[in-house]
Design a protein around this ligand. Sequence first.
Ligand SMILES: *Cc1c(COP(=O)(O)O)cnc(C)c1O
Length: 514
Amino acid sequence: MTFLEQGAQELSQSALPGDPRRYLLSEVTAEDYRRTVAEGAERVAAKIAKVDRPATGISVAALEPEIRGIDLERPLSDSAAALDELERIYLRDAVYFHHPRYLAHLNCPIVIPALLGETVLSSINSSLDTWDQSVGGTLIERRLIDWTTDRIGFGSDADGVFTSGGTQSNLQAMLVAREDTLRRVRLQPGETEPDIAILPKLRIFASENSHFSVIKAARMLGLGDGAVIAVASDAERRMQPLALQQELAHCLADGLIPMAVVATAGTTDFGSIDPLPEIANLCERYGVWMHVDAAYGCGLLVSRRRHKLDGIEYANSVTVDFHKSFFQPVSSSALLVADGTTLGYVTYHADYLNPKHSAKTGAPNQVDKSIQTTRRFDALKLWLTLRIMGADAVGELFDEVIDRAYDAWLMLQSDSRFEVVTEPELSTLVFRYIPWEGASPELCDRANLHARSALFASGEAMVAGTKVDGHHYLKFTLLNPRTTLHDIATVLDLLAAHAAELADAYELSGSRAS
Ligand SMILES: *Cc1c(COP(=O)(O)O)cnc(C)c1O
């Protein structure tokens, strides 16, 4: 047998049933791959075509035994059977973000070009840590980083890296800010190595409406929760520059060291955007790192409302979440920095991966800029999105939900059953049901909590909840351009009915008791 014939025989054997090699994606199984992936897409398409509510409202107690009852020691050896099973334990009761009455969290419906990217990137499985694991992919990611920094308005020194999400982007931003601060503020003149003894003195300033990932980052960076100073917001839930200035002055007066100011461009609850130019001025004056958390608001970069982000170009670092307002599947996020050399704070050369000499030959190893090692080629999803539909189309989708939020706000304002907290800056609305004039705060809280959970249990729609000044509120996060004002009116009626039901029962039992 010739060498080639022997190879051919081995290949045909590996496609035999019983040989685990038939599950490996290879030249022998390419047809299987095509069929299996199509089978999965077919199930999802069939499901999506007939989903008529965002959720079924199934309880943990009802679903848990189904999953626990599956014997993982007995494989089905058949994708159709596994998909049938999956229908029962997942697809049937999943929460469908594409449904127009899904109004809960910052989950977007996703665009098909990005899903095409998802299929390609996970099939090729490039890893974006080193050039020799990602040839081509690294350059595509770099182009998208440059594209994003251009949109932000950073100069030619800018750089960045894709991350798993806003939480990781914020963590890396705080890491870079910490290292930068440690190097700028040396206790002893002439010292070259940063002195970690000053870590307990570092302070981060973020508005009281900022994302909790800032506090988590402080914890992981050895600073502790107390290092994050909550700066007061105004009635529109935007950081007050005067309050920031006072906090910065206090910090210095107490002998502490301002490490970073985190401005939020699109707070999670209110979509409010902190006053970026004023914050930039203060950061400049006090010599503090300015980070803009635009995890939610980044879609403005491609919208006709780009001006809402004016001042973002003065930041030292920016977090964007493409998986929020760019309609990308999870995960797709990036950290961008104005001065690319600052990403070097996470560089470490390992002989087995990215040796120093490879850096000298100019191999573009993205691991030198990332806190991850093996890393998905998430950038491909955004690439195909921009190449197929284009940035303006993405911006139009985001603009549409912002328009819708404004119309919904007008509607809520004229609806005496509800009280709404602020006019939306982006696409969220925080509001609550008021059973009747003079209803006790406790009754209001209970009615709104009940309305949310009863609505979820019905599966008819999903809304989020939050607290404002210690009281329970409801929240719409609009990210679906297909959600109509009629959908929103329907959900308000459903919420009101559930809330009224509880309020009436409460009133009855209250009067019986008295
Ligand atoms: C969602 C969000 C984050 C966290 O992003 P993940 O992608 O969920 O990790 C951070 N900041 C803000 C303002 C957010 O809305």
